[in-house]
Design a protein around this ligand. Sequence first.
Ligand SMILES: [Zn+2]
Length: 382
Amino acid sequence: MTEPIVDAAPALDFDLKSLPKVSLHDHLDGGLRPATIIELAEAVGHTLPSTDPAALGEWFRESANSGSLVRYLETFDHTVAVMQTKEGLFRVAKEFVEDLADDGVVYGEVRWAPEQHLQKGLTLDEVVETVQEGLEAGVDAVAETGREIQVGQLITAMRHADRGQEIAELAVRHRDKGAVGFDIAGAEDGFLPSRFRNAFTYLAENNFPATVHAGEAAGLDSIQSALVDGRALRLGHGVRIAEDIMVEFEDNEDGVDDDDDNVGLVTLGNLSSWVRDRGIPLEICPSSNLQTGAVAAFGEGIESHPLDMLYQLGFNVTINTDNRLMSGVTLTDEFELLVETFDYDLDDLLELTLNAAEASFLPLEEREALVEYINDAYANLG
Ligand SMILES: [Zn+2]
Protein backbone atom coordinates (compact mmCIF):
# COMPACT_ATOMS: atom_id res chain seq x y z
CA MET A 1 0.00 0.00 0.00
CA THR A 2 2.60 2.52 1.03
CA GLU A 3 6.22 2.69 0.13
CA PRO A 4 8.75 2.95 2.94
CA ILE A 5 9.45 6.55 3.72
CA VAL A 6 11.96 7.96 1.30
CA ASP A 7 14.64 10.45 2.12
CA ALA A 8 12.94 13.45 0.57
CA ALA A 9 14.61 16.14 2.65
CA PRO A 10 11.90 18.36 4.06
CA ALA A 11 12.49 22.09 4.24
CA LEU A 12 13.22 22.07 7.95
CA ASP A 13 15.61 24.28 9.80
CA PHE A 14 15.93 21.86 12.66
CA ASP A 15 17.22 18.34 13.10
CA LEU A 16 14.27 16.00 13.73
CA LYS A 17 16.49 13.22 14.98
CA SER A 18 17.95 15.24 17.83
CA LEU A 19 14.56 16.31 19.18
CA PRO A 20 13.83 14.61 22.50
CA LYS A 21 11.11 12.00 21.99
CA VAL A 22 8.84 9.78 24.03
CA SER A 23 7.93 6.35 22.70
CA LEU A 24 4.90 4.68 24.25
CA HIS A 25 4.02 2.00 21.71
CA ASP A 26 6.97 -0.02 20.46
CA HIS A 27 7.12 -3.83 20.52
CA LEU A 28 10.32 -5.50 21.68
CA ASP A 29 9.86 -8.34 19.18
CA GLY A 30 9.23 -5.81 16.39
CA GLY A 31 12.41 -3.79 16.77
CA LEU A 32 15.29 -6.18 16.22
CA ARG A 33 18.27 -5.41 14.02
CA PRO A 34 18.34 -7.74 10.99
CA ALA A 35 22.00 -8.60 11.59
CA THR A 36 21.19 -9.59 15.16
CA ILE A 37 18.34 -11.84 14.03
CA ILE A 38 20.72 -13.62 11.66
CA GLU A 39 23.37 -14.18 14.34
CA LEU A 40 20.88 -15.34 16.95
CA ALA A 41 19.06 -17.60 14.45
CA GLU A 42 22.32 -19.29 13.57
CA ALA A 43 23.04 -19.92 17.24
CA VAL A 44 19.68 -21.60 17.86
CA GLY A 45 19.33 -23.31 14.44
CA HIS A 46 16.34 -21.30 13.23
CA THR A 47 15.88 -20.96 9.46
CA LEU A 48 15.23 -17.46 8.12
CA PRO A 49 13.89 -16.23 4.74
CA SER A 50 17.34 -14.71 4.13
CA THR A 51 20.71 -14.57 5.86
CA ASP A 52 21.70 -11.27 4.30
CA PRO A 53 20.87 -8.37 6.65
CA ALA A 54 19.68 -6.00 3.91
CA ALA A 55 17.58 -8.67 2.19
CA LEU A 56 16.13 -9.83 5.49
CA GLY A 57 15.20 -6.27 6.47
CA GLU A 58 13.51 -5.90 3.10
CA TRP A 59 11.62 -9.18 3.59
CA PHE A 60 10.21 -7.90 6.87
CA ARG A 61 9.12 -4.60 5.34
CA GLU A 62 7.51 -6.29 2.32
CA SER A 63 5.59 -8.72 4.50
CA ALA A 64 4.41 -5.86 6.69
CA ASN A 65 3.30 -3.91 3.65
CA SER A 66 0.85 -6.60 2.55
CA GLY A 67 -2.15 -4.77 3.97
CA SER A 68 -3.14 -7.72 6.15
CA LEU A 69 -2.74 -7.72 9.92
CA VAL A 70 -2.52 -11.50 9.86
CA ARG A 71 0.46 -11.53 7.48
CA TYR A 72 1.98 -8.65 9.40
CA LEU A 73 1.79 -10.72 12.58
CA GLU A 74 3.40 -13.73 10.83
CA THR A 75 6.69 -11.88 10.64
CA PHE A 76 6.91 -12.20 14.41
CA ASP A 77 7.41 -15.97 14.13
CA HIS A 78 11.02 -15.24 13.17
CA THR A 79 11.79 -12.56 15.74
CA VAL A 80 10.14 -14.48 18.57
CA ALA A 81 12.07 -17.62 17.55
CA VAL A 82 15.41 -15.97 18.30
CA MET A 83 14.18 -14.57 21.64
CA GLN A 84 13.84 -17.86 23.54
CA THR A 85 17.14 -17.84 25.39
CA LYS A 86 18.61 -15.50 27.99
CA GLU A 87 21.31 -14.52 25.49
CA GLY A 88 18.76 -13.64 22.81
CA LEU A 89 16.43 -11.72 25.12
CA PHE A 90 19.26 -9.80 26.77
CA ARG A 91 20.87 -8.76 23.51
CA VAL A 92 17.62 -7.76 21.82
CA ALA A 93 16.55 -5.69 24.84
CA LYS A 94 19.93 -3.96 25.11
CA GLU A 95 20.11 -3.07 21.42
CA PHE A 96 16.48 -1.94 21.49
CA VAL A 97 17.37 0.75 24.03
CA GLU A 98 20.48 1.80 22.12
CA ASP A 99 18.43 2.16 18.93
CA LEU A 100 15.78 4.22 20.74
CA ALA A 101 18.48 6.56 22.03
CA ASP A 102 19.90 6.93 18.52
CA ASP A 103 16.40 8.00 17.46
CA GLY A 104 16.32 10.75 20.07
CA VAL A 105 14.04 8.88 22.47
CA VAL A 106 14.60 9.95 26.08
CA TYR A 107 11.79 7.88 27.58
CA GLY A 108 10.45 4.64 26.12
CA GLU A 109 7.92 2.04 27.19
CA VAL A 110 8.79 -1.32 25.67
CA ARG A 111 5.98 -3.83 25.27
CA TRP A 112 6.29 -7.54 24.80
CA ALA A 113 4.53 -10.78 25.72
CA PRO A 114 6.56 -12.97 28.14
CA GLU A 115 4.33 -16.00 27.45
CA GLN A 116 5.77 -16.17 23.93
CA HIS A 117 9.32 -16.67 25.15
CA LEU A 118 9.08 -19.91 27.13
CA GLN A 119 9.76 -22.40 24.31
CA LYS A 120 13.23 -23.31 25.56
CA GLY A 121 12.27 -23.74 29.19
CA LEU A 122 12.67 -20.27 30.71
CA THR A 123 9.99 -19.24 33.21
CA LEU A 124 7.81 -16.13 33.03
CA ASP A 125 9.78 -14.50 35.83
CA GLU A 126 13.11 -15.40 34.22
CA VAL A 127 12.23 -13.84 30.87
CA VAL A 128 11.00 -10.61 32.51
CA GLU A 129 14.16 -10.42 34.62
CA THR A 130 16.38 -11.10 31.60
CA VAL A 131 14.72 -8.43 29.50
CA GLN A 132 15.05 -6.02 32.41
CA GLU A 133 18.77 -6.77 32.64
CA GLY A 134 19.10 -6.16 28.90
CA LEU A 135 17.18 -2.89 29.09
CA GLU A 136 19.36 -1.71 31.97
CA ALA A 137 22.51 -2.68 30.08
CA GLY A 138 21.17 -0.62 27.17
CA VAL A 139 20.58 2.36 29.44
CA ASP A 140 24.15 2.03 30.74
CA ALA A 141 25.55 1.76 27.21
CA VAL A 142 23.68 4.91 26.21
CA ALA A 143 24.97 6.71 29.33
CA GLU A 144 28.52 5.84 28.30
CA THR A 145 27.98 7.83 25.11
CA GLY A 146 26.99 10.89 27.18
CA ARG A 147 23.26 10.64 26.57
CA GLU A 148 20.35 9.70 28.81
CA ILE A 149 17.39 7.42 28.34
CA GLN A 150 14.85 5.89 30.69
CA VAL A 151 12.77 2.82 29.83
CA GLY A 152 10.00 0.71 31.33
CA GLN A 153 8.34 -2.59 30.42
CA LEU A 154 4.72 -2.98 29.39
CA ILE A 155 3.97 -6.61 30.20
CA THR A 156 1.63 -7.92 27.52
CA ALA A 157 -0.76 -10.86 27.38
CA MET A 158 -1.71 -12.42 24.03
CA ARG A 159 -5.41 -11.92 23.46
CA HIS A 160 -6.04 -15.21 21.62
CA ALA A 161 -4.46 -17.16 24.49
CA ASP A 162 -5.78 -17.73 27.96
CA ARG A 163 -3.10 -16.50 30.32
CA GLY A 164 -4.40 -13.02 31.12
CA GLN A 165 -4.65 -13.49 34.87
CA GLU A 166 -1.23 -15.12 35.10
CA ILE A 167 0.38 -12.34 33.06
CA ALA A 168 -1.39 -9.63 35.05
CA GLU A 169 0.01 -11.15 38.25
CA LEU A 170 3.45 -11.33 36.62
CA ALA A 171 3.27 -7.64 35.77
CA VAL A 172 2.25 -6.65 39.30
CA ARG A 173 4.99 -8.86 40.75
CA HIS A 174 7.57 -6.91 38.75
CA ARG A 175 6.11 -3.45 39.35
CA ASP A 176 9.13 -2.20 41.27
CA LYS A 177 11.54 -4.06 39.03
CA GLY A 178 10.91 -2.50 35.66
CA ALA A 179 7.26 -3.22 34.82
CA VAL A 180 5.29 0.00 34.44
CA GLY A 181 2.08 -1.22 32.79
CA PHE A 182 0.03 -4.00 31.22
CA ASP A 183 -1.33 -4.52 27.70
CA ILE A 184 -3.05 -7.13 25.58
CA ALA A 185 -1.92 -7.65 21.97
CA GLY A 186 -2.29 -9.95 18.97
CA ALA A 187 -5.42 -10.64 16.97
CA GLU A 188 -7.90 -7.96 18.01
CA ASP A 189 -10.88 -8.88 15.87
CA GLY A 190 -12.96 -11.49 17.69
CA PHE A 191 -10.98 -11.18 20.93
CA LEU A 192 -12.54 -8.38 22.92
CA PRO A 193 -10.85 -7.09 26.08
CA SER A 194 -13.89 -8.43 27.96
CA ARG A 195 -12.29 -11.90 27.65
CA PHE A 196 -9.73 -10.66 30.19
CA ARG A 197 -12.18 -8.84 32.42
CA ASN A 198 -11.02 -10.65 35.55
CA ALA A 199 -7.38 -9.90 34.85
CA PHE A 200 -8.16 -6.22 34.31
CA THR A 201 -10.15 -6.16 37.56
CA TYR A 202 -7.18 -7.67 39.35
CA LEU A 203 -4.92 -4.96 37.87
CA ALA A 204 -7.34 -2.21 38.87
CA GLU A 205 -7.55 -3.59 42.40
CA ASN A 206 -3.77 -3.48 42.53
CA ASN A 207 -3.71 0.05 41.10
CA PHE A 208 -1.59 -1.10 38.18
CA PRO A 209 -2.10 0.79 34.90
CA ALA A 210 -3.19 -0.74 31.60
CA THR A 211 -3.06 0.36 28.00
CA VAL A 212 -5.07 -1.81 25.63
CA HIS A 213 -4.66 -2.44 21.89
CA ALA A 214 -8.06 -1.40 20.53
CA GLY A 215 -9.40 0.34 17.47
CA GLU A 216 -6.79 -1.10 15.10
CA ALA A 217 -8.11 -4.33 13.55
CA ALA A 218 -11.51 -3.91 15.19
CA GLY A 219 -13.73 -0.90 15.68
CA LEU A 220 -15.82 0.86 18.27
CA ASP A 221 -16.96 -2.26 20.21
CA SER A 222 -13.35 -3.10 20.86
CA ILE A 223 -12.58 0.44 22.06
CA GLN A 224 -15.64 0.43 24.30
CA SER A 225 -14.57 -2.89 25.81
CA ALA A 226 -11.00 -1.63 26.32
CA LEU A 227 -12.33 1.33 28.28
CA VAL A 228 -15.06 -0.47 30.24
CA ASP A 229 -13.69 -3.99 30.76
CA GLY A 230 -10.02 -3.07 30.48
CA ARG A 231 -10.16 0.25 32.36
CA ALA A 232 -7.64 1.31 29.73
CA LEU A 233 -5.82 4.51 30.66
CA ARG A 234 -4.54 4.65 27.07
CA LEU A 235 -5.60 3.10 23.78
CA GLY A 236 -3.07 1.17 21.71
CA HIS A 237 -3.72 2.82 18.32
CA GLY A 238 -7.35 3.71 19.10
CA VAL A 239 -7.36 5.26 15.66
CA ARG A 240 -10.72 3.81 14.66
CA ILE A 241 -12.35 6.06 17.24
CA ALA A 242 -12.59 8.28 14.15
CA GLU A 243 -15.43 6.01 12.99
CA ASP A 244 -17.53 7.58 15.76
CA ILE A 245 -17.08 11.07 14.30
CA MET A 246 -19.47 12.41 11.68
CA VAL A 247 -18.05 15.02 9.36
CA GLU A 248 -20.29 16.93 6.97
CA PHE A 249 -18.58 18.58 4.05
CA GLU A 250 -19.70 21.87 2.59
CA ASP A 251 -19.32 22.08 -1.17
CA ASN A 252 -16.77 24.74 -2.05
CA GLU A 253 -18.96 25.79 -4.95
CA ASP A 254 -17.02 24.01 -7.67
CA GLY A 255 -20.00 21.67 -7.91
CA VAL A 256 -17.88 18.56 -7.22
CA ASP A 257 -17.83 16.51 -4.06
CA ASP A 258 -14.13 16.11 -3.53
CA ASP A 259 -11.20 16.52 -1.19
CA ASP A 260 -11.07 20.30 -1.37
CA ASP A 261 -14.56 20.74 -0.06
CA ASN A 262 -14.59 22.48 3.28
CA VAL A 263 -15.15 20.60 6.48
CA GLY A 264 -18.48 21.65 7.87
CA LEU A 265 -20.25 20.32 10.92
CA VAL A 266 -18.34 17.79 13.02
CA THR A 267 -20.38 15.63 15.38
CA LEU A 268 -18.89 13.30 17.96
CA GLY A 269 -20.72 10.23 19.24
CA ASN A 270 -20.79 9.35 22.94
CA LEU A 271 -17.73 7.11 22.73
CA SER A 272 -15.54 9.52 20.80
CA SER A 273 -16.70 12.35 23.10
CA TRP A 274 -15.63 10.30 26.09
CA VAL A 275 -12.21 9.56 24.60
CA ARG A 276 -11.63 13.18 23.63
CA ASP A 277 -13.16 14.94 26.59
CA ARG A 278 -11.52 12.69 29.17
CA GLY A 279 -8.18 13.05 27.37
CA ILE A 280 -7.63 9.30 26.87
CA PRO A 281 -4.27 9.13 25.08
CA LEU A 282 -4.25 7.53 21.62
CA GLU A 283 -1.04 5.68 20.78
CA ILE A 284 -1.14 6.39 17.04
CA CYS A 285 1.35 4.57 14.81
CA PRO A 286 0.95 6.20 11.37
CA SER A 287 2.98 3.91 9.10
CA SER A 288 1.89 0.74 10.85
CA ASN A 289 -1.76 1.79 10.57
CA LEU A 290 -1.36 2.14 6.81
CA GLN A 291 0.39 -1.21 6.49
CA THR A 292 -2.14 -3.23 8.50
CA GLY A 293 -5.13 -1.61 6.84
CA ALA A 294 -6.32 -0.16 10.17
CA VAL A 295 -7.24 3.13 8.50
CA ALA A 296 -8.17 1.77 5.06
CA ALA A 297 -11.79 2.91 5.55
CA PHE A 298 -10.58 6.52 5.46
CA GLY A 299 -8.79 6.24 2.13
CA GLU A 300 -5.35 5.33 0.87
CA GLY A 301 -2.14 7.01 1.83
CA ILE A 302 -0.98 8.99 4.80
CA GLU A 303 -2.98 12.08 3.72
CA SER A 304 -6.15 10.15 4.54
CA HIS A 305 -4.98 9.01 7.96
CA PRO A 306 -7.43 10.42 10.52
CA LEU A 307 -4.68 11.32 12.98
CA ASP A 308 -4.64 14.93 11.81
CA MET A 309 -8.40 15.27 12.20
CA LEU A 310 -8.19 13.74 15.67
CA TYR A 311 -5.34 16.07 16.60
CA GLN A 312 -7.15 19.14 15.26
CA LEU A 313 -10.31 18.15 17.15
CA GLY A 314 -8.38 18.07 20.41
CA PHE A 315 -7.91 14.34 20.95
CA ASN A 316 -4.90 13.38 23.03
CA VAL A 317 -2.75 12.14 20.15
CA THR A 318 0.69 10.60 20.65
CA ILE A 319 2.92 9.38 17.82
CA ASN A 320 4.63 5.99 17.89
CA THR A 321 6.38 3.43 15.71
CA ASP A 322 4.73 0.10 16.73
CA ASN A 323 7.32 -2.16 15.04
CA ARG A 324 10.42 -0.43 13.76
CA LEU A 325 11.74 -3.50 11.95
CA MET A 326 8.53 -4.45 10.15
CA SER A 327 7.59 -0.91 9.22
CA GLY A 328 11.18 0.10 8.47
CA VAL A 329 10.69 3.31 10.43
CA THR A 330 12.02 5.25 13.37
CA LEU A 331 10.13 7.82 15.41
CA THR A 332 12.18 10.43 13.56
CA ASP A 333 10.79 9.04 10.27
CA GLU A 334 7.24 9.22 11.59
CA PHE A 335 7.74 12.85 12.64
CA GLU A 336 9.18 13.62 9.22
CA LEU A 337 6.16 12.01 7.59
CA LEU A 338 3.82 14.27 9.59
CA VAL A 339 5.85 17.37 8.79
CA GLU A 340 5.73 16.55 5.09
CA THR A 341 2.10 15.47 4.97
CA PHE A 342 0.33 17.77 7.40
CA ASP A 343 2.82 20.63 7.48
CA TYR A 344 3.37 20.19 11.21
CA ASP A 345 5.83 22.63 12.74
CA LEU A 346 7.92 22.54 15.89
CA ASP A 347 4.96 23.59 18.05
CA ASP A 348 2.99 20.59 16.80
CA LEU A 349 5.87 18.19 17.38
CA LEU A 350 6.35 19.62 20.87
CA GLU A 351 2.65 19.20 21.67
CA LEU A 352 2.61 15.60 20.41
CA THR A 353 5.74 14.85 22.43
CA LEU A 354 4.37 16.45 25.60
CA ASN A 355 1.14 14.49 25.13
CA ALA A 356 3.24 11.32 25.18
CA ALA A 357 5.31 12.41 28.18
CA GLU A 358 2.18 13.20 30.16
CA ALA A 359 0.54 9.93 29.10
CA SER A 360 3.51 7.85 30.24
CA PHE A 361 3.07 5.46 33.15
CA LEU A 362 5.77 7.26 35.14
CA PRO A 363 5.05 8.63 38.62
CA LEU A 364 4.01 12.29 38.66
CA GLU A 365 7.37 13.72 39.75
CA GLU A 366 9.21 11.88 37.00
CA ARG A 367 6.62 12.86 34.43
CA GLU A 368 7.00 16.49 35.41
CA ALA A 369 10.76 16.22 35.14
CA LEU A 370 10.37 14.66 31.68
CA VAL A 371 8.03 17.43 30.55
CA GLU A 372 10.46 20.05 31.81
CA TYR A 373 13.37 18.37 30.03
CA ILE A 374 11.49 18.32 26.74
CA ASN A 375 10.30 21.91 27.08
CA ASP A 376 13.85 23.07 27.84
CA ALA A 377 15.27 21.19 24.86
CA TYR A 378 12.74 22.72 22.49
CA ALA A 379 13.26 26.19 24.00
CA ASN A 380 16.99 25.87 23.38
CA LEU A 381 16.45 25.20 19.69
CA GLY A 382 16.41 28.95 19.31
ZN1 LIG B 1 1.06 -2.62 18.78
